[in-house]
Design a protein around this ligand. Sequence first.
Ligand code: GLV
Ligand code: MN
Ligand code: MN
Length: 413
Amino acid sequence: MSAPACPRIDGERLLASLDAFARHGAIDGGGVCRLALTDADRHGRDWTVARMRELGMTVTIDAIGNGVAVYPGSADLPPVMIGSHIDTVRTGGRYDGNYGVLAGLEVVATLRDAGLRPRRPLAVAFFTNEEGARFQPDMMGSLVYVGGLPLPKALATAGIDGSTVGEELRRIGYAGTAPVGRPAVDSFVELHIEQGPVLDQRGVQIGVVEGVQGISWTEYRIEGVSNHAGTTPMEMRHDAGHAAACVAVFVRELALRYGGRQIGTVGAIRFEPNLINVIPNRAVFTVDLRNTDEAMLARAEAEVQAFAEQVCEAQGLSLLHTRLARFAPVAFDPMVTGLVQQEGEALGLSMLRMPSGAGHDAQMLARVCPAGMIFVPSVKGLSHNVREFTEPADLVNGAQLLLQVVLKLADRP
Ligand code: GLV
Ligand code: MN
Ligand code: MN
């Protein structure tokens, strides 16, 4: 007897839910600002939890604010989890993160409508503070979920505005009571937009994600002496701003010199007192380094550190650094990537095996269970930008593939 045909997800319903969701934290230009644990994030959470309950799912919120909803299976086994995040950067787009969560809910709605129960339960999760734009490290909720960061340390983390994760969770009503890390997960799949140009440029429909590159985030703080910009001779200055600028240039040149998959960004910088005619006495800035090769990433970190020390010493400045996030490269499970490939072929979709340049919750879940990711194209490779866009047909393809992959996982013997 041949296997029953897989049901089709309802593309219109998925697209309508993405439209509805984009209202939470909407900003000019068509994007969203749902920085973690702000009111806009709360509105997105409330909407998602209500939708989970409408689907008859049991919803739990844990102490770090992760939400998990379960659709029962026919056997009492650990669930196959679909998850991502609903927070965004300050200038976020309509799809980064929430697409994976809403597609997970569309998968459940499709199964419910078809009266289907897979063998294993399905869980749909949204993890707290994936972006790390307000509180570092990024992927915080999923990191706590897998035991990679102690809960008290995560709750005590102060953000860019001084408030802590714990205070903000309580304020928005998402300091939950469910045990962290429960349910234990059978396997994990995250559907996400690529956020880079590769699939769009090559005209490929699906990225079979083989892993995530390593990520290193450091904050540097350089202290000098502020003085009059008109009267202080150049050779007498202790200019923290100039040293920060030198390091920023060095980071870019290092990435170009290494080539390959080395990436380097100085994305945030602050001078004090930040006035036109005063030499800065303080510069605080961030360095984001990434590479798929752990040894190269470690070498890049050491070079940036040595250069910053050398510049500061030569100019009589003091230097402090704080590691904000450090994650080694992750390889996804071949069983999951193989299923993505197999089901993508069954759907007749064009595919490319590729690494992820962005960090994702799936890289944390990969510590505790077989995990993998599916990418759909980002038009012009734009993301962390209000103009982030993915063609509706690609969004629908990704969700259909997600359904087929999780059904295969859930029905494993
Ligand atoms: C987080 O999503 C990152 O990759 O910066
Ligand atoms: Mn994301
Ligand atoms: Mn993001």
